[in-house]
Design a protein around this ligand. Sequence first.
Ligand code: ADE
Ligand code: ZN
Ligand code: ZN
Length: 262
Amino acid sequence: MKTYKSILILVAFVFVLPVLNASNPFWGVTGHRTIGKIAEDYLSSKAKRKIEELLDGQSLALVSTFGDDIKSDKRYNEFYTWHYINMPFDVKYEDSEKNENGDLVSGIEKCKQVLLDKNSKKEDKVFYLKLLVHLIGDLHQPMHVGRSEDKGGNDIQVRWFNDGTNLHSVWDSKMIEHYNMTFTELAGNTDKISKEQIKYLQNGTVADWANETQQLAIKVYGSAEVGEKLGYNYMYTNFELVRSQLQVGGVRLAQVLNTIFS
Ligand code: ADE
Ligand code: ZN
Ligand code: ZN
């Protein structure tokens, strides 16, 4: 009996715990859902109605993870590069060498195009709407607009408290998980912003927003050394930016949807 128990514990350590602990290489589910939930508060009633029709009543928060869910299905491999843009620090999107398979900005534009086309089939509109909700989220994760050399920080190994991880993952999910709020709690505890601030945030093109996120990425690259142990102090210094990006992402997602469904 004792041996049986020891084997069970051993199996848990060797096989189960590493899986539970595996890092999710994308703006984690909580980040995406928070952005979807915040956007719902800023939708026009017309946009809300048309979106409800397309999504059969599913919420933006629910469909926000769709872009990552389909990554496990090879049929959707063509969308892989749409989740990020890699640009050198001194190059703006307009002047950057484009990924021929598409990137975050061109991906978002493609989604908008399908949704605006009267001749698009409903199932295509549903697919690209779900993808759009996801990609506007990714556009606000600084490390999704990072450098190609280190794959947006995926190749920059750091420690998160006592676990080995990378800088991309810290910004996708480690900090949000550590903060330990659900997506509804995060969405319900945003900072107050004025009508003028909302207007200011919703101004500009998708490329402008990508350039803005790139500036944040440059700061994030400067925030940690390779191999550094990050923890409480990193949270204290950086989590306000995560909260702010989730809010800005939500406000802008609503703007994009209000314009499409006007
Ligand atoms: N995810 C996978 N590859 C990436 C890259 N090159 N930049 C940012 N995020 C990524
Ligand atoms: Zn990511
Ligand atoms: Zn993604």
